[in-house]
Design a protein around this ligand. Structure first.
Ligand code: S3P
Length: 200
């Protein structure tokens, strides 16, 4: 086990929460980070679907986005109140709620923003094809992602303890998700070490 991971395990700083726009890699990277840290991984959207028995597409189509946002906030609050330290991948819109931003700013979680440009995300979305769990990207993903980035980037910045830039990792070779996860773990180790030194 790398020393950094050992240090983080010895001095965990609450939940690790991944935020960022759709397609930035929160779920895949989060799962890998959880494995490296020996923690449970929870994808908040999957949790919402499992609890409600309703797909995200159904939430949007049958109940509307605001009902989905309320359910999303409930799931977030619930996950953050869990005693064991989790790695949590959130849905891209979790920062739209001021209450959620306040929750994420609380000291018992470390928030990591996977920051990616709308252009890169739109290219990846186009490669993978449309996904029913992302109804907001059904038409003109690039336009929507640009609008979402403009609106949300200040909110991601507000809640983030750490920022990891996704584009350069995708541009520089094989296994980008694996390298992104390693970067996240490295940065978590740095903050953990800094925090431990401050306390000394
Ligand atoms: C959304 C992001 C999606 C999902 C829903 C809305 C958003 O999650 O919660 O489609 O508003 O950005 P991912 O970011 O995991 O794709």
């Amino acid at each position: 086990m790398p020393n950094g991971v050992r240090a983080l395990l010895a001095d965990p700083r609450g939940h690790v929460v991944l935020v960022g726009l759709m397609g930035s890699g929160k779920t895949t990277v989060g799962r890998r980070v959880a494995k490296a840290l020996g923690r449970e991984f929870v994808d908040a959207d999957h949790e919402l679907v499992a609890r409600s028995g309703r797909s995200i597409a159904d939430w949007f189509a049958d109940h509307g986005e605001s009902a989905f946002r309320a359910a999303e906030s409930d799931v977030l609050a619930d996950l953050l109140s869990r005693r064991e330290s989790l790695v949590i991948a959130t849905g891209g819109g979790v920062v739209c709620s001021e209450a959620n931003r306040h929750r994420l700013g609380a000291a018992d979680s470390t928030v990591v923003w996977l920051r990616a440009t709308p252009e890169m995300l739109a290219r990846r979305v186009a490669q993978k094809g449309p996904k029913p769990e992302r109804p907001l990207l059904a038409d003109d993903p690039l336009k929507v992602l640009r609008e979402l980035a403009e609106q949300r980037d200040p909110w991601y910045a507000e809640v983030a303890d750490l920022v990891v830039d996704v584009d350069p990792v995708h541009q520089s070779g094989e296994h980008p998700k694996r390298r992104l996860a390693a970067l996240v773990v490295e940065k978590l180790q740095e903050v953990t070490t800094d925090a431990a030194e401050e306390e000394r």
